[in-house]
Design a binder for this molecule. Sequence first.
Ligand SMILES: Nc1ncnc2c1ncn2[C@@H]1O[C@H](COP(=O)(O)OP(=O)(O)OP(=O)(O)O)[C@@H](O)[C@H]1O
Length: 910
Amino acid sequence: MSEIVTLLLLGLGSGSLVALSALGLVVTYRSSGVVNFAVGGVSMASAYLLWELTREAGWPPLAAGFLGILLGAVLGVVTYVLVMVLPRANSTLTRVIGTLAVLLVIQAVVQLRYGPDARTVGELLPGGSVTPVSGVTLPVSRIVLFGVAVALALTLGAVYTRTSFGVATTAVSERPRTLAALGWRIGMLRAGNWAVGGALAGASGVLLAPLTGASLGNAQALTVTVLAAAIVGGLRSFPLTLVGGMVIGMLQSVLSIHDLGVSGLADAVPFVAIIGVITVRGRSLPLRSFVGERLPLVGSGRISLPGLAVAVVVPVVLIGRVLNEEWTAALTTTLLAAIPLLSLTLLLGYAGQLSLTQVTLSGVGGLIAAKLAGEAGWPFPVVVLVAMLGTVPVGLVVGLPSARTRGISLAVATLGLAAAIQALVFNNESLTGGGAGIPLSADGSVLVFGVPFDTLLHPDRFAYLVLGFVVVLAVLVANLRRGATGRRMIAVRNNERAAAGLGVNVVGTKLWAFGLAAAISGLGGALAAYSVPVALFSGYPALANVAAVGYGVVGGAGSVLGAVFGSTLQPSGVGSALFDSLFGLGPVTMALVGGLLLLITIVFSPDGMATATARAVGSLRRRIPLQLPARARKKQSAELHEPGTPTTAHRVRPAALHVRSVQVAFGAVRAVDGVELHVEPGEVVGVVGANGAGKTTLIDAITGFVPSAGAIELGGQPLSAVSAYGRARAGIARSWQSLELIEDLTVLENLRVGSDARTWWSPLADMVRPKRGEPTAAVRRAVDVLDLGGHLGDMPGELSTGKRKLVALARAVAGEPSVLLLDEPCSGLDHHEREEVGKVVRSLAEEWGMAVLLIEHDVHLVRRVCDRIVALDFGRVIAEGTPDHVLSEPAVMAAYLGDVPEPTAEEVSS
Ligand SMILES: Nc1ncnc2c1ncn2[C@@H]1O[C@H](COP(=O)(O)OP(=O)(O)OP(=O)(O)O)[C@@H](O)[C@H]1O
């Protein structure tokens, strides 16, 4: 018992150090909304500097420690400049990836300067120990650390809530302009916070060095643990972050000795902590106020046959005729690296999920392959297939947190899982054979369909084999983008709420992306295992995932070509061979070059090399009279407008909507208070009310976007227990006040997201035949009725507000819903456009047979278009009946006072 208590108290000390760095992370986040993944690297750089100054230069420890903290502060400010000031793209995710680049650069510089070995550092704090309880001995240094962390958390808490600097810091990430108007120098304020954050990371490194030594391995462990502690604190609360750091430290301390027979269990603690937090605090769909991240530009997925031919023929000729063994090996390494990057194209590029596990999943595939081929002697095709399929469940586990969280929290959770897999699986000698590895076959030969493919005797054959896999995977991933699954994934990445409103199963789509990406990575890992006679698993540290995302983003994370470009940066690949032959750079320098290239990309071309190249080629083409993009657009329009096929009105499945005693409360605010209404097929019911009356919340409740009490029925079927996407599929469509168009899809693709046929196997089929299924008759009709034929290939961002509104309406209609809920479809439109929309709404009820609920502030339009009107005030129905009756009710007039626009001269005359 006393041993456990001792371990817990010791863990309190190391946990305090984790907390120190995590507090720094919170400080940075509060000022900029960016999670600084470089903190672990900053800590280690400070620790190495402490070692150098005390051991090599003979400095007194305290002075050296001070300089270590100063280095942290300087690195904090440098990181700030690199990721916040210089990049032109205003995206938090890009900035976070920038901090990953800083981490890569720090790691490479540290390794170049100090080599790979760990260094031991002498004690900085007072020595000696105390015995608080009999049998429990505790070093004084741990008590000091604990005291420092608590004092710092309390001080930071006080500074950030009570001083004008702290309050301004909290405001600056959300309202920088307001703060600037008040006279604050935003840049200085943020830089100050990044300096404090860096100094705290530096202090944590300096104080940790005497306990654990200075080593690059610590940078990884610290990064993951610090991120976990900060997530426990919700990236905001100093006391909770402190508690998070300490609890994680204590658990790790106990589990490092008492590992319950599972070696590496201590390293799984951060992941468990993150999952716990996500489970308690996460949301399956983001709130109305959630602003989606801008992600790397996504490619079209179009395959150019001449381009594909070049991509196959050139490497084949190079391998067969030009390259020597060394260069062939470098090309093979690059091709192998392209496979997890292709999985990243799918997962991050299409589905928008920043997962830091794709390299780890390759390791899992490799391990399965090595076991089956080396130990069980299974043949190559079966091994590759099983390794691929065997990695999928692990990929799904990685994807599970995405059901309740997104963005940075997801990245942290996946990195935590990667660290846990490294500790529990790859570092477990009984599974991986440790330094001896797993031989792929007993006699050292690698047979594929009876043909020897070992890389020692037949490196060219193996290179062809990998090339074949890469080409096939690239085509499959590009196909996926063009098919219905690609559209759904991009809808999810852009806007989860809009996607769910279109009937897309957001969680299911994410899990498909995680599963398919895992299969691709697993396949890559299996091939990598075959690339050497003995498979080793020390090459899968969790931070390798960070480097892979870096390479992917440099190449261009949204396209297949980007994955290929990115793979050239892989150390020991063709990029490093080229740099090596030109400048004599080794793999570590190449890692530094990779990190620097990533930083340059983030600053100058955040969409990556592939996109930059495509733009350059595009601008070249524009000078030549071969307008390819325009041709592609025309083709999209032509898909719908085959001559001689006029569209006709389209009857939908009739079903009435019944809303009974529905209530929605936000804390003390009753936004919807016992609303009763019904809409029959063929009928337009208007909902009117002043701003804040609860109209949008009523639509949110009917469509399942806010939890509500009461009953909602469609065609007699209860819907209260059905998810948002389930209600959309059942036949309820909605439009949004803020339109929520999928900005990375064309107009036609936006329309197709909600109307594409769905089967559970569609993602697999789409990879092979992306063009299955034509746009439905309802899509064609909606395009005709709303006159969008000339815009089908346009991106929504290229359209006027009026056209965007029409696209939003067409998209809601294209799914052939029985019930259509329209949230202010006419706001911002001119008189003529409002008239047109009014006519379309009537035709949807009369010709299509829809039940339409129309929220609209334009009372004159409501009067003309609606059969009945329901008036809301403070969430309650205050009047219901014919338009003339309701709009002349004194209570409605009173609620609307000041809101009723005067009719225009045109309206009066009409
Ligand atoms: N997520 C939320 N959290 C807290 N309060 C909310 C939330 N969403 C809406 N409300 C509150 O609920 C009430 C009804 O809001 P709602 O947006 O439904 O009104 P509305 O009639 O659609 O207004 P408008 O015409 O301006 O769109 C308002 O008091 C609003 O502040």
